[in-house]
Write a protein that binds this ligand. Structure first.
Ligand code: PEP
Length: 249
C-alpha cells in the first residue's frame, strides 16, 4: 500500500550544469515502480522543475519558513517553493537542526506551513553518536517524532526520514537490525498517535551514507520504504542504481 520513495538531497551543491543529472535520471525513473524526488538548492528549483517536466521525477525544497509571508529577509515560504514547482520539502534535517538550532517546535511549524501550501513534508529525525552510545536512541526518536510532526496532518501524506546523525556523510551505516528496530518503533508510535491506517500509509525512509553498494541490504529491512540520499544523489550514475535497488526490493 505504500509506494516506495527515493529522495535525493543535493544540499548546497549544484549549479545550472547539474540539471543535466536530472535529464539523465529521467530514463531510469520512468522504468521503476517507485517515486523519485530530487531536492536541489532553492536557486535551482524552478529550472529543475522545468527540466523534470513530463518525467517521473518530482522536485522538492530543502527547507521552508513557518510563515506565509513577512519581513524575513533571505527566507523562502512553502507557497514560494510550490510556486517554483516543488511538490515536497525536506524539514528538520540534522544539518539545519545543528547549524540553525532548529528544534522540534520549529520543524513542526514548518511542516504545518508545508501542508497548508500543498507540499509533502519529509520530516527528518535521528540520534547523535552520543545518544546511541548512551542507549538513548529510541527516546530521542520518540521526542523528535512527537515534537516535529504536526498534531493533525488532516489526512495529507507526510514522510518520515530516519537519519542517524553519525551516519550522514560518514560512510557509516547502522546494522539492518538497528534500522529495523527504529523503523518498527516509528511505525508503532505513529499508530499510537494517529491510528493504524495513517501509520501504514506513512513512508519511512532511511538516510545516512546510502550508496549503490549498500542500497539492496538497506532496502531489504522491514519497514524501510525508501531512502533519503545525500552525496550519492548528486549524479545519475550513483543515484540510478540506488533507485533500481529500491524497485527490486
Ligand atoms: C542526507 O544529507 O540526508 C544524507 C543522508 O547524506 P548522505 O547520503 O551523504 O549521508
Amino acid at each position: 500500500m505504500r509506494r516506495k520513495l527515493a529522495a535525493g538531497n543535493w544540499k548546497m551543491h549544484g549549479l545550472g550544469e547539474s540539471l543535466a543529472q536530472i535529464a539523465e535520471l529521467a530514463g531510469p525513473a520512468a522504468s521503476v515502480d517507485c517515486d523519485v524526488l530530487i531536492c536541489p538548492p532553492a536557486t535551482l528549483i524552478e529550472r529543475a522543475a522545468r527540466a523534470a517536466m513530463g518525467s517521473a521525477i518530482a522536485i522538492g525544497g530543502q527547507d521552508c519558513h513557518a510563515r506565509e509571508t513577512g519581513a524575513h529577509t533571505g527566507e523562502i515560504s512553502a507557497a514560494m517553493l510550490r510556486d517554483a514547482g516543488a511538490t515536497a520539502v525536506i524539514l528538520g534535517h540534522s544539518e539545519r537542526r545543528a547549524d540553525r538550532a532548529e528544534d522540534n517546535r520549529a520543524v513542526r511549524g514548518k511542516a504545518r506551513a508545508a501542508l497548508a501550501a500543498g507540499l509533502m513534508p519529509v520530516i527528518c529525525l535521528g540520534e547523535t553518536l552520543e545518544d546511541r552510545e548512551a542507549d538513548n536512541t529510541l527516546d530521542i526518536i520518540a521526542g523528535q517524532l512527537a515534537g516535529s510532526v504536526p498534531e493533525d496532518p488532516a489526512g495529507k501524506p507526510i514522510v518520515i526520514a530516519y537519519e542517524p546523525v553519525w551516519a550522514i556523510g560518514s560512510g557509516l551505516t547502522p546494522s539492518p537490525d538497528q534500522i529495523a528496530r527504529v523503523h518498527g518503533f516509528l511505525r508503532d508510535r505513529l499508530a499510537h498517535r494517529f491510528g493504524r491506517s495513517m501509520a501504514e500509509a506513512t513512508r519511512l525512509l532511511y538516510g545516512g551514507s546510502v550508496k549503490p553498494e549498500n542500497a539492496a541490504t538497506i532496502f531489504a529491512v522491514a519497514d524501510v520504504d525508501g531512502a533519503l540520499v545525500g552525496g550519492a544523489s548528486l549524479t545519475a550514475r550513483d543515484f540510478a542504481p540506488i533507485i533500481a535497488a529500491l524497485d527490486a526490493a
